[in-house]
Design a protein around this ligand. Structure first.
Ligand code: HT7
Ligand code: ZN
Length: 876
């Protein structure tokens, strides 16, 4: 396949200032007439041929300035339209008619059908599946869209911008016209046509403009859209207050569809959502679902400024909109909920998804320099690490200067297709700092490591920190440059308070941040009479790994006393991880794992520490996942031994704290009406974490079964089901609960996703056959991305012992399934295949089997560009 390179960017020769689209919608045949006003770009003075992008198109008509074009004057293939000699004036109207079959579009890109609704997905390159176009984000056009459909089939006709007119046509057809005054790239185009229910609301912006809000869902599900609407209103208000961003159209619509390749899409004025991120009530959604809905509604809404008003010059700049918008949605959730709890959750996600990417064959810079398939670059690196980079800019500049930088960015680049250089420059200007070394975070892949040692000299009252940075090599970047790493820190005194110091030498130290810029710094703090305990990378100020020599008693001290909640969690989590790794090594060496009472006692103390939020305690008590431990170990991974080590620690904690946990479990039971707020969710989270421990003790299955039976909301019901299916697999209690859940929710696909996921992630060798059998379940559909992600994605990414079964059966099943999915939906298949990205860290036998699986996929004839790109980079 073709490789696209950042250095090859050049502006297009032509622009398309106006785009008029007429759709006559039919499921097997939709006619699209595009009338494009085309202009040669200023500065391109001689006539040049016009080349438009297409993807699988069938052209029915072509006219230039109202005249049919001679066959000799153009060249049309499904994937390209070339007009050899456009009018010499350089300004003309091009009419193109294409014919599409939405019902046969299973890739879910372009115009397709989802549960009898017509909808579109154009990012990144889906618009070219609708009509020929300059389908690139730096070609901005003002769109007018007219849709015609049978009124019975599609009473609702939506597109971007504001409604202009609508009316009846002959034979039961009707039409609607929408106009979007804001020039936009083609990837932000959308239409929806169908028969949907809706809830409406109104929002008055800071300057008094009235906006009509609509959320469209399947009929009968309107009462599940309330939380999404509430989240939208809160997002609109927050963006005004925190970033000064006001909404700009008369309407803002959200449509939920059940077949969608990703989470949601920020089309101007018409966001289209995976229904999983809209629909929620206590009976069907967990607290995690509520939190995701709030975050994703906010994320897509925030794109209106960071993505739509200011878009990307090219797809290499994807992090310009995505990293920044993730940062904004993280801040929103932190403000709506608990900031420290949100931060811990973010870091866990980053480590679980971005670190393995950055440390494996698919590593790439936050702003990549080359790609073969852009769909494969909607990655944790672009999104999550991209957000961390923005967070570091704020840490370095301080909140106020950062906000001035954002104001300048929004003002200077409104209406632009911008670059990362434009973004970094505004912060350099407002702060008068040189951010060129810092900008390496955008340009250089890999997770930097800092190795740190400390010593205290009572005689001189000095505390000395030695820091050495290294950035590991990543694909096609063997030599790395030194990074600017902002390390928030504290010197914690015996009373748990941060100690002061007189001065610091050896690195710039400002506002509680050490700025590491060189390979090695020896930072000397003076006036430190007592030995402090160093708390480093507070709040996870930099997305790095730390190798720090710290005594276990210092970590226990930080876990008990650090004033920074994130670092407190981190210290405890490190202790737990180290304990599991020690158990893993014992198991491999044929010894029994054993754990110190310090750790099990500390766990009990944290559980009942009323000064800590419930949600914090739940996060602290949740043991590091098997994949987290595997990442720490790094190589020669035997997932069975990690699993056994982790189980042993869980059992030891449960046995040491059974009485305390049982009492707390009882105390945490809530009565009264359900609320999805953070405090209530935190209580449920802690109680359900305790259940997981208590289920390992005598009568554990009965306790979990009782929890399941008495649950009054999905959070508790799903948590109990997971405990039964994972800890008591095959028991009568587990079987009964699984059957009961199936019976009750069989007709609600989003709820059944939880049922599929819970079974897919049940540890052990039986999972492969169980998952294979579940692909035959009537609620499963290989064509629906949510079903596939729950069952197959859950198995491959969250079932270490099942997927990495020693005999390779997990890989064989996975390979077959990925290839089946790929025939319909290459994008979803490619994303699934990334589950094998860490294959080289497995022990040799599993490694060989995983490699065979990758080679089998690679050898498949007619492999899509999407899957081929992932497989080949994974094998390289
Ligand atoms: N900007 C959106 C990305 C997206 C997407 C990309 C490729 C294929 C399908 C897609 N659906 C949505 C989502 C976002 O980050 O806001
Ligand atoms: Zn986004």
């Amino acid at each position: 396949g073709q490789v696209f390179r950042l250095e090859d960017y050049r502006p297009s020769d032509y622009l398309i200032p106006r785009t008029e689209l007429d759709f006559r919608l039919g499921e097997d045949s939709t006619k699209v007439v595009a009338r494009l006003t085309i202009e040669r770009r200023a500065g391109v003075d001689k006539p040049v041929q016009l080349e438009l992008d297409g993807d699988g198109l069938t052209m029915r008509r072509i006219e230039v300035d109202g005249e049919a074009l001679d066959a000799a004057d153009f060249d049309a293939t499904p994937d390209r339209l070339v007009i050899h000699t456009p009018p010499a004036s350089g300004r003309f109207t091009l009419l193109i008619e294409t014919e599409l079959a939405p019902s046969r579009n299973e890739a879910l890109m372009g115009l397709y059908r989802s549960s009898n609704v017509y909808c579109t997905q154009c990012e990144a390159e889906g618009f070219r599946r609708i009509t020929y176009f300059l389908d690139r984000p730096d070609v901005l056009s003002v769109y007018t869209v007219r849709m015609e459909a049978l009124r019975t089939e599609a009473p609702l006709l939506l597109s971007n911008g504001n409604p202009v007119e609508h009316g009846d046509l002959e034979d039961g057809w009707h039409y609607a016209v929408w106009h979007d005054p804001f020039p936009k790239p083609s990837y932000l185009f959308a239409l929806v046509a169908g028969d949907l229910g809706c809830i409406k609301d109104r929002f008055v912006t800071a300057s008094g403009k009235e906006v009509e809000l609509g959320i469209y869902v399947e009929h009968g599900k309107e009462n599940q859209a309330g939380y999404a609407m509430d989240s939208l209103r809160r997002s609109m208000k927050w963006d005004e207050e925190v970033f000064g961003c006001e909404y700009d159209l008369d309407v803002f619509n959200i449509v939920a569809v059940s077949d969608f390749n990703m989470g949601a899409m920020e089309n101007k004025g018409l966001n289209i959502f995976n229904d999983k991120y809209v629909l929620a009530d206590e009976e069907t959604a967990t607290d995690a679902d509520f939190a995701n809905i709030e975050a994703i509604i906010a994320h897509e809404y925030f794109h209106n400024w960071t993505g739509n008003r200011i878009t990307c010059r090219d797809w290499f700049q994807l992090c310009l909109k995505e990293g920044l918008t993730v940062f904004r949605d993280h801040e929103f959730s932190a403000d709506q909920r608990s900031r420290p709890v949100k931060r811990i959750a973010e870091v866990r996600t980053l480590r679980a998804h971005q670190f393995p990417e950055d440390q494996g064959p698919l590593a790439h810079p936050v702003r990549p320099r080359r790609y073969r398939e852009i769909n494969n670059f909607y990655t944790p690196t672009v999104y999550e690490k991209g957000s961390e980079v923005v967070r570091m800019i704020r840490t370095i500049l301080g909140a106020e200067t950062f906000r001035r930088g954002m104001d300048l960015y929004l003002e200077r680049h409104d209406g632009d297709a911008a670059t990362i250089e434009d973004f970094v420059k505004v912060f350099e200007e407002v702060s008068d700092r040189d951010l060129s070394q810092f900008a390496l975070w955008y340009h250089q892949a890999g997770t930097p490591n800092l190795s740190v040692t400390t010593r205290h000299s009572p005689a001189t009252a000095e505390f000395i920190i030695e820091v050495e940075q290294s950035v590991p090599p990543t694909p096609s970047e063997s030599r790395k440059r030194l990074m600017h790493i902002p390390l928030a820190f504290g010197l914690v005194g015996a009373d748990g308070k941060d100690m002061g110091f007189e001065g610091a030498e050896g690195a710039t130290v400002e506002d509680g941040v050490i700025h590491v810029r060189k390979r090695k710094h020896v930072v000397t703090f003076s006036g430190v009479t007592e030995r402090p305990v160093l708390s480093l990378n507070r709040g996870f100020s930099a997305p790095i790994t730390l190798s720090i020599e710290q005594r276990p008693e210092d970590q226990i001290f930080l876990a008990s006393h650090d004033s920074d909640a994130f670092s407190r969690w981190q210290a405890f989590n490190t202790l737990l991880t180290d304990a599991i790794i020690a158990a893993f090594r014992n198991i491999l060496g044929g010894k029994q794992p054993a754990f110190g009472t310090d750790l099990t006692r500390l766990t009990g103390r944290i559980a009942v520490d009323a000064t800590l939020e419930h949600a914090f305690r739940a996060l602290a008590l949740a043991l590091p996942g098997e994949a987290d431990v595997a990442r720490e170990i790094g190589k020669n991974i035997d997932p069975d031994a990690i699993f056994a080590g982790r189980e042993a620690l869980a059992r030891s904690i449960a046995e040491a704290n059974g009485g305390v946990f049982a009492q707390l479990y009882d105390d945490l039971l809530m009565s009264g009406p359900f609320s999805p707020d953070a405090a209530s969710a935190g209580r449920r989270a802690l109680r359900n974490t305790l259940l997981d421990y208590l289920a390992m003790l005598p009568d554990g299955a009965q306790r979990a079964a009782a929890h399941f039976a008495s649950a009054t909301n999905m959070t508790d019901r799903a948590a109990a089901l997971a405990v039964l299916a994972h800890r008591h697999a095959g028991s009568e209690e587990a079987k009964a609960a699984l059957a009961e859940f199936d019976k009750r929710y069989r007709s609600d696909p989003l709820v059944m996703d939880k049922w599929f996921m819970i079974q897919a992630t049940a540890p052990g060798t039986g999972a492969v056959d169980a998952v294979r059998a579940l692909t035959e379940h009537p609620a499963f559909s290989i064509a629906n991305p949510n079903r596939v992600r729950s069952l197959i994605g859950g198995f491959a990414s969250a079932n270490q012992t099942g997927f990495h079964r020693a005999d390779g059966a997990g890989y064989t099943f996975f390979t077959e399934t990925v290839l089946t999915v790929e025939k319909r939906n290459p994008q979803v298949a490619a994303r699934l295949a990334t589950a094998l990205r860490s294959w080289r860290s497995l022990e040799p036998k599993r490694q060989a089997k995983a490699r065979d699986a990758l080679l089998t996929m690679q050898a498949k004839e007619g492999l899509s560009a999407d899957l081929r790109d992932i497989i080949e980079r994974t094998l390289a």
